[in-house]
Design a protein around this ligand. Structure first.
Ligand code: ADP
Ligand code: SF4
Length: 693
């Protein structure tokens, strides 16, 4: 309870005309649902309100169709018809006393307008700068366009206030928002009164802040979300930001400072520690009388308190920590530090936005399922008619299933062949940069420990006979997977010729402590993190590494976790030789024959060993062997296969599978009905438009 050393985090804080109940500030973050899944997003934000956040923001909200970032799915505030969905969001955010914030965005040089088909407008015209190199350029705004833009912002201010928001965030960070494009000499090459000197480049910001105050009669608080540092010779550097804040210290009601690019701001734990932007933000508070919020993947309350006490930040900004644990503030307030579900910094949540799927979280399996499935990050449905469950395999799938089922009230037994519970996350956490993965096991083991209805049996390899003899009502098999050795994955659908004299390793071998010697060909047809992590491990063990991939770049799926460029840079800096658009066609006794994926042209590299980072085989033999016996005759009501043992995938898929199994146990069979709720756009009763005569 309060009275603890974290009290300072719970002081009410003024933000202009509003007061936040504490210093926990959920900065704007995407979720892959946006306008497509309005109720799913509303309920996701409501759980944050319930979890004690003082300020809660929407994701980026596009204010006008002349600037939209399709294919990415954010929010729209294009006309009054967008108000009801956002009003519902504001109501949910305020349901437990938080301030509701909306982030308004005009994307300028960042918006290709693939949906609206409008000509993009930018501070200075040129090719659209986004992830996808769209073959589209923006037109330079003239004075009339700037007047229009001010009016569109005014409309958005009015609509935001009408929707019930307490705070408006003006977006100028990550290279995405037009405010940054005005401020930065890289994107502002104007010679009129909006370009040139910093004073001029800041003109538009001053104008729209004034417009916002006038439009909302000063009743809505204003936040400026700016980049802490934009790199490059012409970028809006940290030094210029400091000059700008010194010149305009009073401009917003709060400064929300985020690192330059999204990749730099939201680095994974592999590359960025907690509090990574401290150096860039330290000292800024002294330049302004207004409060400062910053992010840093803060999950440790001690680190948060230190930031406040050291005078670095006034508010603890969080996106990912609030996703992984929407109840982070409440748990700190109640002194339940051990119950915090810490973000592991994997950026799987980001991948939901990048792939236009819907975000999921490795740690918080309820994320974006609050409305779709009625899942809650902290509460589970009480148990159903049956009593006991045996879970075999204590990887992320089995651990999550056990944890949720035990909290539902079942008698849970979790058995694993290994001496330590955790499965793949323990093995992977020992690899370079992945130590945070262990939190997946730590959180669940910590939650299970005090529950008298959960029994854990490490070092217990189960056989089908053990399972039948155990006497549980339900059996869940979560026995994981192992990596293939035969090059089969996406490119090769059948094994390739391999000379038995060549030592061929798999990631499992390396994680078990076996290390190849000499020159190693690493074949990556997996395309996520493990190939590059193992390349680092091999280099650290003194190997010379040839990294071979059929893709055009290293770890291409890691684009979706914002890591690809950092990974590729790291391997190049480590001296790993990259063979892109290539794949092994045959493994000989002393080398590998490579084929070019475009031309088929062959080349050969010498090798002392090969490491295959390809597909995984599900370890489902136990399941099938048990199924072949008379398990129903033994009194088992259901026998299920989940996680990697069913279909190998990233860790987040395994925790999700565990949650789903646990949630659905003893629930009525839904037959062919959808397993989640979705919203379908209502049809407008309007005639089709016809070409004019
Ligand atoms: P997932 O990602 O699906 O959770 P993991 O590979 O992380 O899968 O975990 C699977 C776990 O199952 C491993 O810890 C492994 O030791 C355990 N396991 C595999 N076969 C058996 C078995 N027959 N009896 C008990 N545990 C098993
Ligand atoms: Fe953190 Fe990973 Fe969850 Fe994102 S998906 S919030 S990075 S644990």
């Amino acid at each position: 309870m309060p009275g603890n050393r974290y009290d300072i985090l719970f002081q009410p804080m003024r933000i202009g005309p509003k007061t936040a109940k504490n210093r926990f500030y959920q900065v704007p973050h995407c979720n892959g649902g946006g306008y497509r899944d309005p109720s799913a997003v509303v309920e996701m934000r409501r759980t944050k309100a319930e979890g004690g956040w003082g300020v809660i923001f929407t994701e980026q909200t596009e204010i006008h169709p002349t600037s939209e970032i399709t294919p990415f799915i954010e929010q729209h505030l294009w006309d009054d018809r967008d108000i009801p969905a956002l009003a519902r969001m504001a109501e949910a955010m305020k349901s437990h006393g938080a301030l509701a914030g909306i982030q308004l965005a005009y994307s300028g040089i960042n918006g290709p307008n693939l949906y609206s088909r409008e000509v993009p407008l930018a501070v200075s015209g040129g090719p659209i700068l986004t992830f996808t190199s769209d073959p589209v350029q923006a037109r330079t705004m003239d004075r009339e366009d700037i007047r229009d833009l001010r009016r569109w912002f005014r409309n958005a201010f009015r609509r935001s206030q009408q929707a019930g928001f307490d705070l408006i965030c003006l977006y100028g960070a990550h290279g995405f928002g037009i405010l940054q494009h005005f401020l930065s000499r890289a994107t502002n090459q104007r010679s009129d009164e909006y370009g040139g000197s910093l004073e001029n480049r800041a003109r538009f910001l001053r104008e729209i802040v004034e417009d916002a105050r006038e439009q909302t009669r000063g009743e809505v608080a204003l936040s400026l979300r700016l980049s802490l540092h934009e790199g490059g010779a012409f970028g809006f550097s940290n030094a210029e930001l400091r000059d700008f804040i010194e010149m305009h210290g009073d401009l917003p009601d709060i400064w929300d400072l985020a690192n330059g690019t999204w990749e730099a701001c939201s680095g994974t734990s592999r590359f960025k520690p907690e509090g990574a932007q401290e150096e860039l933000v330290a000292g800024i508070k002294a330049l302004t009388p207004k409060p400062v919020v910053g992010v840093g993947r803060f999950t440790s309350p001690d680190a948060m308190v230190r930031q406040i006490r050291a005078g670095i930040l006034d508010f603890i900004g969080a996106a990912r920590p609030s996703i992984a644990d929407p109840f982070l503030p409440k748990k700190i307030e109640e002194g339940r530090i051990e119950d915090i579900r810490e973000c592991i910094g994997c950026n799987i949540c980001v991948s939901g936005d990048m792939t236009q799927g819907i975000s999921r979280c490795t740690q918080n399996t309820a994320f974006m399922e609050e409305w779709r499935k009625g899942w809650h990050p902290e509460r589970m449905h009480p148990k159903g008619a049956s009593d006991s469950v045996l879970i075999v395999g204590a990887g992320p799938a089995g651990l999550e299933a056990a944890h949720i089922l035990a909290k539902r009230g079942y008698a849970v037994t979790l058995a694993d062949a290994a001496d330590k519970m955790g499965g793949r996350v323990l093995r992977e956490a020992a690899l370079p940069g992945l130590s945070a993965w262990k939190r997946v096991a730590d959180y669940r083991l910590g939650q299970l420990a005090p529950l008298p209805n959960a029994q854990l049996f490490p070092a217990s390899r189960m056989t089908p006979e053990d399972i039948l003899g155990f006497g549980a009502d339900h059996v869940c098999i979560a026995t994981g997977s192992h990596w293939r050795r035969d090059a089969v994955a996406r490119l090769h659908l059948h094994p390739i010729p391999t000379d038995a004299a060549m030592p061929v390793f798999t990631p499992d071998d390396l994680m078990a402590g076996l290390v190849p010697q000499g020159r190693v060909t690493l074949y990556d047809d997996d395309h996520f993190y493990i190939g590059s992590v193992l390349a680092e491990l091999l280099v650290a063990r003194g190997c010379e590494v040839d990294y071979v991939t059929p893709a055009v770049k290293v770890a291409e799926w890691a684009d979706n976790t914002l890591e690809q460029a950092t990974i590729q840079r790291r391997l190049m800096e480590l001296g790993v030789t990259l063979h892109l658009s290539k794949a092994p066609e045959a493994v000989g006794a002393d080398g590998v024959t490579l084929g070019c994926t475009w031309t088929g042209r062959q080349s050969r590299i010498a090798a002392d060993a090969v490491l295959m980072v390809t597909a995984r085989r599900p370890d489902d033999a136990l399941y099938h062997a048990t199924r072949a016996l008379d398990w129903q005759g033994a009194g088992i009501k259901s026998l299920k296969l989940i996680g990697d043992a069913a279909a190998p995938a990233p860790i987040a898929w395994a925790t999700y599978a565990g949650r789903r199994y646990a949630e659905e146990l003893d629930q009525p069979d839904r037959g062919d009905a959808l397993s989640f709720r979705r919203e379908i756009a209502g049809l407008l009763d309007l005639p089709a438009l016809t070409p004019r005569d």
